[in-house]
Design a protein around this ligand. Structure first.
Ligand code: PLP
Length: 399
């Protein structure tokens, strides 16, 4: 370990709140699919900063745009107009089919906004008993009090009770559980089309139908959490489009800014009409730097990357299925587009460590799942290289 690494780790352990167990590596720069550590070692990035660095690292067009924007105007607050927010909102509206955007700085903020807007809709309509939410087992929506309240994992929830009341959790593998929980007191159902942190679990078609039926029956609003599945990750702009859901509210984040923090709550017109100045707000949300980054991301997605996600996905899943055929410890291959999970019968943490040693970044989620979230620029060669490293890592992990 170098002197700098010791200093960095000592400083962090003394002064940074210890909410993360970090992997033993210090990254100093990136380029495309690769990261480089402080020893100059190169790593193939199949995690993209947890689904964020959609254009890869140090993308030239993004770097230039944010450099230019930084030298022009970064932030003015939401008290004034600026030239980029309306443009970005219009483009997101065209891509999602949902009329309006509220900009914020993260996925969890986009979820908070959706939860509030759903409540505000019913309040404005005079249905003040419509305050409940139905979420799902294995859901993850963020760490703030509202988003945590609709997150199912007891490990995250337990220490922070009481959370907001009136939240119940359906079981995505049991469509009848949706019908059993939704009624005329349910403000909104909230669902990730593929539960990412919960173990890369696509919502089964029968449950998609049950959600649509229950929302139609009671007029309940549907919130799609597309923080991980949105912005092209599933092969279409929204996972909802891939899975046949028609949400009233959509939370976006992660990939949207290519690494510059930005989130968005997309709000259907009839809900937007029930929301008024002062109902919600943010100091930073949708500032010029973040909007400029998101506009570059949308340009790149449109020009080449949406097609690349669709082209690379079958190659990635073929590689993962070949690994599953080779190693009985892999019990399932799940996912869609460039969101993939390998489920193991044992804790695969040693595989993550062995992959890191061999120069590949992936992560473990939901105790038994290795998740892959490569940048949208990934090539067949990158996929082949990653599969080779994973093969060696699984082989050496001794599971
Ligand atoms: N929703 C989903 C589906 C997520 O995967 C995440 C983060 O992993 C969040 C919400 C929270 O987003 P953020 O960490 O940007 O606040």
């Amino acid at each position: 370990m170098s002197a700098t690494q010791v200093d960095i780790k000592a400083l962090e352990s003394q002064h940074v709140l210890q909410t993360y167990k970090r992997q033993p590596v210090v990254f100093e720069r990136g380029s495309g699919m690769h990261l480089f550590d402080d020893q100059g070692r190169k790593y193939l990035d199949f995690l993209s900063g947890i689904g964020v660095v959609s254009l890869g690292h140090a993308h030239p067009a993004l770097a230039k745009a944010i450099g230019d924007q930084a030298a022009t105007l970064v932030h003015t607050s939401n008290l004034y107009f600026h030239p980029l927010q309306g443009d970005l909102a219009a483009r997101l509206s065209a891509l999602t089919g949902i009329e309006r955007a509220f900009f914020c700085n993260s996925g969890t903020e986009a979820i908070e906004a959706c939860l509030k807007f759903a409540r505000r809709y019913w309040y404005t309509k005079g249905e003040t008993t419509r305050t409940k939410y139905v979420a799902f087992k294995y859901s993850f929506h963020g760490r703030t009090m509202g988003s945590l309240s609709v997150t199912s994992d007891e490990h995250y929830r337990g220490p922070f009770q009481p959370l907001i009341p009136g939240v119940s959790f359906a079981d995505a593998s049991d469509p009848a559980s949706v019908a059993a929980l939704v009624d005329d007191t349910t403000a909104a159902v909230i669902v990730e089309p593929v539960q990412g942190e919960g173990g890369v679990r696509p919502i089964p078609p029968a449950t998609i139908q049950a959600i649509k039926d229950a929302c139609a029956k009671y007029g309940t609003l549907l919130i799609a959490d597309e923080v991980q599945t949105g912005c092209g990750r599933t092969g279409q702009f929204l996972g909802s489009q891939t899975f046949g859901l028609t949400p009233d509210l959509v939370a976006l984040g992660k990939a949207l800014g290519g690494g510059i923090p930005i989130g968005a709550a997309m709000v259907a017109g009839r809900i937007a009409e029930t929301i008024f100045p002062g109902d919600h707000g943010t100091t930073y949300g949708g500032n010029l730097l973040a909007c400029r980054a998101a506009l570059v991301f949308l340009d790149e997605l449109d020009q080449t990357l949406a097609a690349n996600v669709r082209e690379m996905s079958p190659h990635l899943f073929a590689g993962l299925r070949a690994l599953a055929a080779k190693y009985p410890v892999i019990t399932d291959v799940r996912g869609v587009g460039l969101l993939a999970g390998l489920d193991f019968s044992k804790d695969p943490a040693p595989v993550v460590a062995a992959a890191l040693e061999r120069g590949l970044l992936v992560n473990r989620t939901s105790n038994t799942v290795i998740r892959l979230l490569p940048p949208f620029i990934v090539s067949k060669r990158d996929v082949d290289e990653a599969m080779g490293i994973l093969d060696a890592a699984i082989g050496s992990a001794g599971l």
